[in-house]
Design a protein around this ligand. Sequence first.
Ligand SMILES: [Ca+2]
Length: 163
Amino acid sequence: MFMKFLVMVASVAAALLCAGYFLSAGTEPSRRRFEGTVERVIDGDTLVVAGETVRLALVNAPETYEEGYDSAAEFASGICPEGSVAAVDEDDMQAAGSHRRLVAVVTCGGANLNEELLKAGHATIVEDFCASSEFANEEWAISYGCGASWPSASLSAPTPASA
Ligand SMILES: [Ca+2]
């Protein structure tokens, strides 16, 4: 539990540093919503859309070295095949990203990839992020573990001031 807390504190610090870096570099900090071509599916919860590495919000699929990686990546490729068009909705409450990846919900052909991964059992919800996600109050997030008790957009998540 304490380790979890430390990790959380470290991530928040990293996120703030990241946000500061982008703001001071004068880079456009927000790409709230865009559509683009799926260039590569890295694993079940990470893909490259229009040159942006996108980490799916609230869900966690097995990493490349973990069991279940193949099937999760394959499943994600089925929903969002390389070359297809994906709609990316950045998580406004995690606009600082995660390890240089944009955190978002990705929709392909009308299917919410985040939700479909959970539904198919290829990913689990990351409850620690329920308190800091724009999507925590969406039905799929609630039904897979975020619960109905999170107040929307009211918590002190580290978002750039320009939001
Ligand atoms: Ca958004």
